[in-house]
Write a protein of this length. Structure first.
Length: 84
């Protein structure tokens, strides 16, 4: 009959304590990762919003310039050129 070798109880206790520590810290680690991911995505959303706002300002400036040019051309065609 073979004898099963025994493991020192201090070794099994150390391994068990390490496993319990990891399992106990898992919820906090998961919440921290989720919070960091949310903060990162919110930062990207704010960057996108400000970039979009800047792009729309460029469109607004271009449209205003084009409308002013049309108004000026219309006034010149109607004989309303000032200073004559």
């Amino acid at each position: 009959m073979t004898t099963v070798p025994t493991v020192n109880p201090q070794i099994t206790d150390a391994v068990t304590q390490t496993n319990v520590k990891v399992v106990g810290e898992a919820p906090a680690e998961a919440l921290a990762v989720a919070t960091q991911a949310m903060a990162h995505s919110m930062g990207l959303a704010m960057e996108n919003a400000s970039q979009t706002q800047g792009g729309m300002q460029q469109v607004n400036n271009t449209a205003t310039g084009a409308i002013i040019a049309l108004i000026t051309q219309a006034g010149a065609k109607a004989g309303g050129g000032g200073g004559e």
